[in-house]
Design a protein around this ligand. Sequence first.
Ligand code: HEC
Ligand code: HEC
Length: 400
Amino acid sequence: MILNFFKSIGTGLLIGLLTACGGGATSSASTTPTATPLSVAQALFAEKALSASGQQACASCHTDDNAHADATATLLPLGGVSMDQQGFRSSPSLMYLASNTAFRFDANGLPLGGFTWDGRANSRAEQASGPLLDSAEMANIDIAAVAKKVRALPYFNDFVSQFNVPTVSTDQQIFDKLRTALQTYQQLDTDYLLFNSKFDKVADGAATFTAAEQRGLAIFNSPSQGNCASCHTSRVGPAGERPLFTNFSYAALGLPRNPLIQKNTDPAFFDMGLCGPKRTDLSTRTDLCGQFKVPTLRNIALTAPYFHNASVNTLIDAVGFYATRDIDPGRWYPSVNGQVQKFNDLPLSYRGNVISTTPFGQQPGTAPLLSAQNTADLVSFLQTLTDDRNAAPGSLTVGR
Ligand code: HEC
Ligand code: HEC
């Protein structure tokens, strides 16, 4: 990967490199001979000067080392003008989104596709407006504020030349080209589609699973046991596509409310995914309240904490939630007057939307469908989905 070079020298240096040929005061019309759409777009993705605080870039919440999800030990991302505003959703991995589509309802009326946990953005370019303008993220007041920051970048001329920005451009044009560039970065950097995990190597006959990993895969795929693959697709696609471990559909799992989310101190606040509040066009579809997009499980070992509300800290507990939500609800939900408050992150009237299909749906106290051993095996298998970010360029399965 050519990008390893840029990554190893860091963004500050990269920008220095891009502007090094500029020649100081006379640089206003100059471009860097080595600039490419990818080098410019990557610099923009890592550009803290695009935030109101000057301290936050896209890459701050989507870090290289964690499959472009939150940095290790981040509970929920902080942002805003003073970097003290807490968001209420976990930053998802940005890997393996290339084949995701705009949001739609399929032939059976089921929601599918779209970007973010509630699918409200139809493309990665459209999505980029969110963090740039969100008061709890990069916190720009408006498009003009963003355009002003872009024009002031030392590598603005490279941006203009690599992304065909009109010489005399409006704020809206600069903003749109910036969004295109951020999407282009995620399309061109091979880091976003590595396909070189142990799972892929086994599929290519270049590695073998341990006994525990093999058992975990069988449980993952079995419709009567984990049934995980019914949402987190593990089969090769019709045209030989490698599985993405998501089918980009939606489900309401009834996760526990996370008391560490500041917004949740308001008992009337609920993040209900498809029916709002972040998304506003489906607010009357109360049957969809509680549904969030199925995320990829590739690199899942790198992206704790888990689920849209970061309510589960470890992978073993994330799998344990599926195993014991219904047989041991007291493990997951608080009790009030001896009553376990199941599905307490949804208003009472929408708790019926939560699914009870396999692996859920067992009575409290009955023998678990997924034993502690099964759970451990599933985790062993999920750990084989971690990509090798340091694989040599051109090595087996990189970038397919
Ligand atoms: C403060 C942390 C933060 C910053 C900064 C940030 N993001 Fe995100 N990103 C998130 C969170 C949280 C979500 C989930 C949002 C939601 O579901 O409403 C997300 C979602 C996304 C998604 C959708 C992923 C999916 O699975 O559909 C993309 C793409 C993305 N961000 C790209 C970017 C880009 C490009 C930037 C810079 C312009 C950026 N992000 C800046 C936290 C951040
Ligand atoms: C009915 C569809 C469905 C099935 C079946 C399913 N999942 Fe999920 N999975 C989801 C959805 C939807 C989410 C995100 C839910 C949320 O955050 O609100 C998710 C999230 C996860 C996460 C956290 C991902 C992250 O990025 O935070 C893990 C881990 C996971 N699932 C593992 C499994 C395992 C293991 C199984 C089988 C035991 C399984 N899933 C079965 C739909 C499903």
